[in-house]
Design a protein around this ligand. Structure first.
Ligand code: 4NP
Length: 158
Protein backbone atom coordinates (compact mmCIF):
# COMPACT_ATOMS: atom_id res chain seq x y z
CA UNK A 1 0.00 0.00 0.00
CA UNK A 2 1.47 3.34 -1.07
CA UNK A 3 0.46 6.95 -0.40
CA UNK A 4 2.38 10.20 -0.03
CA UNK A 5 3.28 10.47 3.66
CA UNK A 6 2.69 6.86 4.80
CA UNK A 7 0.90 8.09 7.90
CA UNK A 8 -2.81 8.37 6.89
CA UNK A 9 -4.10 6.34 3.91
CA UNK A 10 -1.61 3.56 3.22
CA UNK A 11 -1.22 2.44 6.87
CA UNK A 12 -5.02 2.41 7.17
CA UNK A 13 -5.25 0.30 4.01
CA UNK A 14 -2.52 -2.02 5.31
CA UNK A 15 -4.36 -2.34 8.64
CA UNK A 16 -7.61 -3.30 6.91
CA UNK A 17 -5.97 -5.78 4.52
CA UNK A 18 -3.86 -7.36 7.25
CA UNK A 19 -6.84 -7.84 9.58
CA UNK A 20 -9.35 -9.02 6.95
CA UNK A 21 -6.85 -11.37 5.29
CA UNK A 22 -6.14 -13.00 8.64
CA UNK A 23 -9.88 -13.27 9.44
CA UNK A 24 -10.45 -14.96 6.08
CA UNK A 25 -7.42 -17.24 6.36
CA UNK A 26 -5.86 -15.65 3.26
CA UNK A 27 -2.07 -15.84 3.09
CA UNK A 28 -1.27 -12.19 2.34
CA UNK A 29 1.86 -10.35 3.51
CA UNK A 30 1.07 -6.65 3.87
CA UNK A 31 3.32 -3.61 4.05
CA UNK A 32 3.10 0.08 3.24
CA UNK A 33 5.27 3.02 2.29
CA UNK A 34 5.06 6.66 1.25
CA UNK A 35 6.57 8.25 -1.81
CA UNK A 36 7.86 11.15 0.35
CA UNK A 37 10.32 10.99 3.24
CA UNK A 38 8.56 13.63 5.39
CA UNK A 39 7.41 11.25 8.13
CA UNK A 40 9.92 8.37 7.99
CA UNK A 41 10.21 6.70 11.40
CA UNK A 42 6.97 8.19 12.75
CA UNK A 43 3.90 6.29 13.86
CA UNK A 44 0.55 6.67 12.11
CA UNK A 45 -1.34 9.97 12.01
CA UNK A 46 -3.37 10.04 15.27
CA UNK A 47 -6.74 10.58 13.53
CA UNK A 48 -6.11 7.82 11.01
CA UNK A 49 -5.07 5.47 13.83
CA UNK A 50 -8.13 6.37 15.89
CA UNK A 51 -10.51 5.76 13.00
CA UNK A 52 -9.12 2.34 12.11
CA UNK A 53 -8.81 1.33 15.80
CA UNK A 54 -12.40 2.39 16.51
CA UNK A 55 -13.48 0.21 13.58
CA UNK A 56 -11.78 -2.77 15.26
CA UNK A 57 -8.55 -3.05 13.26
CA UNK A 58 -5.29 -3.68 15.11
CA UNK A 59 -2.05 -2.82 13.34
CA UNK A 60 1.40 -1.50 14.31
CA UNK A 61 2.98 0.93 11.90
CA UNK A 62 6.18 2.92 11.42
CA UNK A 63 6.39 5.17 8.34
CA UNK A 64 8.95 4.47 5.62
CA UNK A 65 9.68 5.77 2.15
CA UNK A 66 9.00 3.73 -0.99
CA UNK A 67 12.14 2.51 -2.77
CA UNK A 68 12.61 0.67 -6.06
CA UNK A 69 13.76 -2.43 -4.11
CA UNK A 70 10.24 -2.69 -2.66
CA UNK A 71 8.99 -3.72 -6.11
CA UNK A 72 10.94 -6.96 -5.60
CA UNK A 73 9.14 -7.71 -2.31
CA UNK A 74 5.62 -7.11 -3.68
CA UNK A 75 3.27 -8.78 -6.14
CA UNK A 76 1.07 -5.67 -6.07
CA UNK A 77 1.90 -2.02 -5.43
CA UNK A 78 -1.46 -0.44 -4.64
CA UNK A 79 -1.58 3.36 -4.85
CA UNK A 80 -4.15 5.85 -3.56
CA UNK A 81 -3.95 8.65 -6.14
CA UNK A 82 -2.45 9.79 -9.43
CA UNK A 83 0.57 11.42 -7.88
CA UNK A 84 1.41 8.23 -5.95
CA UNK A 85 1.09 6.34 -9.25
CA UNK A 86 3.43 8.64 -11.15
CA UNK A 87 5.92 8.72 -8.26
CA UNK A 88 6.20 4.92 -7.99
CA UNK A 89 6.19 4.48 -11.78
CA UNK A 90 9.17 6.84 -11.97
CA UNK A 91 11.08 4.31 -9.82
CA UNK A 92 10.02 1.30 -11.91
CA UNK A 93 13.02 -0.42 -13.48
CA UNK A 94 11.23 -2.64 -16.01
CA UNK A 95 7.82 -3.76 -17.25
CA UNK A 96 7.46 -6.28 -14.42
CA UNK A 97 7.56 -3.40 -11.89
CA UNK A 98 5.12 -1.31 -13.94
CA UNK A 99 2.62 -4.19 -14.11
CA UNK A 100 2.48 -4.39 -10.29
CA UNK A 101 1.12 -0.83 -9.91
CA UNK A 102 -2.65 -0.52 -9.53
CA UNK A 103 -5.08 1.85 -7.90
CA UNK A 104 -6.37 0.20 -4.72
CA UNK A 105 -9.88 1.33 -5.64
CA UNK A 106 -9.74 -0.56 -8.95
CA UNK A 107 -10.58 -3.60 -6.75
CA UNK A 108 -13.87 -2.00 -5.62
CA UNK A 109 -16.40 -4.02 -7.67
CA UNK A 110 -18.38 -0.84 -8.40
CA UNK A 111 -15.29 0.85 -9.88
CA UNK A 112 -13.59 -2.11 -11.57
CA UNK A 113 -14.88 -1.04 -15.00
CA UNK A 114 -13.04 2.31 -14.88
CA UNK A 115 -10.02 2.68 -17.15
CA UNK A 116 -7.17 4.03 -14.94
CA UNK A 117 -5.86 6.09 -17.84
CA UNK A 118 -9.27 7.21 -19.10
CA UNK A 119 -11.36 10.30 -18.37
CA UNK A 120 -13.12 8.73 -15.34
CA UNK A 121 -9.86 7.89 -13.54
CA UNK A 122 -10.51 10.48 -10.81
CA UNK A 123 -13.15 8.10 -9.40
CA UNK A 124 -10.32 5.66 -8.52
CA UNK A 125 -8.65 8.12 -6.12
CA UNK A 126 -8.55 7.68 -2.33
CA UNK A 127 -8.39 11.39 -1.41
CA UNK A 128 -5.75 12.69 0.98
CA UNK A 129 -7.41 13.29 4.40
CA UNK A 130 -4.32 14.76 6.10
CA UNK A 131 -5.37 17.70 8.29
CA UNK A 132 -9.03 17.19 7.40
CA UNK A 133 -11.92 16.38 9.81
CA UNK A 134 -12.62 12.91 11.12
CA UNK A 135 -15.50 12.40 8.66
CA UNK A 136 -13.01 12.46 5.78
CA UNK A 137 -10.91 9.75 7.43
CA UNK A 138 -14.09 7.71 7.89
CA UNK A 139 -14.95 8.17 4.21
CA UNK A 140 -11.42 6.98 3.33
CA UNK A 141 -11.90 3.92 5.57
CA UNK A 142 -15.15 3.05 3.78
CA UNK A 143 -13.42 3.30 0.37
CA UNK A 144 -10.56 1.13 1.63
CA UNK A 145 -12.89 -1.50 3.08
CA UNK A 146 -14.85 -1.89 -0.17
CA UNK A 147 -11.62 -2.13 -2.14
CA UNK A 148 -9.96 -4.62 0.21
CA UNK A 149 -13.08 -6.82 0.15
CA UNK A 150 -12.83 -6.83 -3.66
CA UNK A 151 -9.10 -7.48 -3.57
CA UNK A 152 -9.50 -10.47 -1.24
CA UNK A 153 -12.32 -11.82 -3.44
CA UNK A 154 -10.11 -11.52 -6.52
CA UNK A 155 -7.20 -13.22 -4.76
CA UNK A 156 -9.50 -16.05 -3.67
CA UNK A 157 -10.33 -16.68 -7.36
CA UNK A 158 -6.68 -17.10 -8.37
P1 4NP B 1 -0.99 10.27 3.49
O1 4NP B 1 -1.34 11.77 3.97
O2 4NP B 1 -0.26 10.41 2.16
O3 4NP B 1 -2.33 9.62 3.34
O4 4NP B 1 -0.12 9.66 4.57
C1 4NP B 1 -0.37 12.77 4.06
C2 4NP B 1 0.44 12.84 5.16
C3 4NP B 1 1.39 13.84 5.25
C4 4NP B 1 1.51 14.76 4.24
C5 4NP B 1 0.69 14.69 3.12
C6 4NP B 1 -0.25 13.68 3.03
N1 4NP B 1 2.47 15.80 4.33
O5 4NP B 1 2.55 16.65 3.41
O6 4NP B 1 3.26 15.83 5.30
Amino acid sequence: MVCLGNICRSPMAAAVLDNLARQQGADVAVSSAGTADYHVGEGPNPMSHRVWSDAGYRYDHTARQFTAAMFDEADLVLVMDESNASNVLRLARHDIDVAKVRYLRSYDPDLAHIDPSGPQRGALVVPDPWGRPRAEFEAVLAMIERSVDGLLASLAET
